[in-house]
Design a protein around this ligand. Structure first.
Ligand code: P6P
Length: 335
């Protein structure tokens, strides 16, 4: 590669800022997230070597066993963000309440919501895991933010992104002008632009992603959709292979690059679905739409939902528009 063609994520963020005429604060937050991702990546890749595997014996607000890497990732992101004077508050999967910027640091006008390490139950199995984040502008008058600032509709997101810690570490983000992917070169410690202007293929590579073990718990309409998806009777059906990693960021990343449909439906055990609206579904829906795809909860556009709680769960159907529309035509009829 010609050296002059190397575009680091920092350079890309600054160039995006100039195109948008945005304030430096916005760019600095994205740059700080890239730094946090590098630190987390190093620890994730060493997890098998350092005594950091296994749970800490504690449980998070979801009642899930907390893995030590979860705690580490939360701490790295928090410490990267708490002192810069750009955020008024944060919200994380790992904290029941929203997190105001401490009084000892200046507060800013932006809000960061994030899942520090999604799929952490896969850590000990060496399955790819990820970080998910999104950025909003503060809407309340509170200097150090409020719950209201963290419960905005996904349409208000200024930027969103994720990091997938896989065979390589990639950071994918959008600031409202397309989706761009960067691969970490650990030898120089830089995220290098590797996937400019990502578009979700439509028609997709024919794969769908869902945990079919729950088929019997799904609604009749969802069961009909799955049967028809595999039948081949409609233009969008037939000839599919199933791909399910069980790690949201990895399953979404494949769907973003190859097209297809990722689904986590509501079911008898999780009547509102399992995935979280604020810091999982909304950021990925923002990215999917920026890449020409779509994301619904089965009835409505994910980004139009107004969250009622920080840890609110939602069904999620996300990927190639043709397939999202198809599943919506079955589930929307449920009323
Ligand atoms: P299931 C991981 O625990 C996670 O939260 C997501 O990363 C993933 O998409 C989902 O749960 C997998 O859930 O019920 O299929 O094991």
């Amino acid at each position: 590669m010609n050296e002059t063609h190397i575009v680091t994520i920092e350079r890309h963020i600054i160039e995006e800022e100039r195109r948008r005429g945005a304030s430096g604060s916005f760019s600095d937050i994205l740059t700080d997230m890239a730094f946090a991702a590098k630190v987390i990546s190093r620890q994730v890749n060493m997890a098998g070597l350092v005594d950091i595997l296994g749970g800490t014996g504690t449980r998070n607000v979801q009642g899930e066993a907390v893995q030590k890497l979860d705690v580490f990732a939360q701490d790295v992101i928090y410490r990267a963000m708490d002192h810069g004077g750009r955020l008024c508050c944060m919200a994380s999967e790992e904290f029941e309440e929203y997190i105001p910027i401490p009084d000892k640091f200046p507060a800013g006008d932006y809000v960061l919501v994030f899942d520090p390490l999604d799929g952490s139950s896969n850590i000990d199995l060496n399955v790819s895991i990820g970080t998910i984040f999104a950025l909003y502008r503060k809407v309340s008058d509170a200097e150090r933010g409020s719950l209201e600032d963290c419960l905005q509709p996904g349409l208000q997101q200024l930027a969103a992104g994720y990091v997938v810690y896989g065979s390589s570490t990639m950071m994918v983000y959008s600031a409202g002008r397309g989706v761009h992917g960067f691969t970490l070169d650990p030898s120089i410690g830089e995220f290098i632009l590797s996937h400019p202007d990502i578009r979700i293929p439509d028609p997709p590579v024919r794969s769908y992603s869902v945990n079919e073990a729950y088929f019997d718990r799904w609604s009749p309409a969802m069961q009909r959709f799955m049967t028809d998806l595999k039948s081949g009777d409609a233009s969008w059906s037939g000839g599919y292979s199933a791909r399910y990693i069980g790690s949201l960021v990895s399953d979404f990343h494949r769907t973003l690059l190859q097209g297809g449909l990722f689904m986590y439906p509501a079911d008898g055990k999780s009547p509102k679905g399992k995935l979280r609206l604020v810091y999982e579904a909304n950021p990925l829906a923002f990215i999917a739409e920026q890449a020409g795809g779509a994301a619904i909860d089965g009835v409505q556009r994910i980004l139009e939902r107004t969250p009622e709680g920080l840890h609110e769960r939602t069904p999620l159907f996300i990927g190639s528009s043709t397939l999202v529309e198809a599943v919506g035509s079955y589930l929307g009829s449920e009323g």
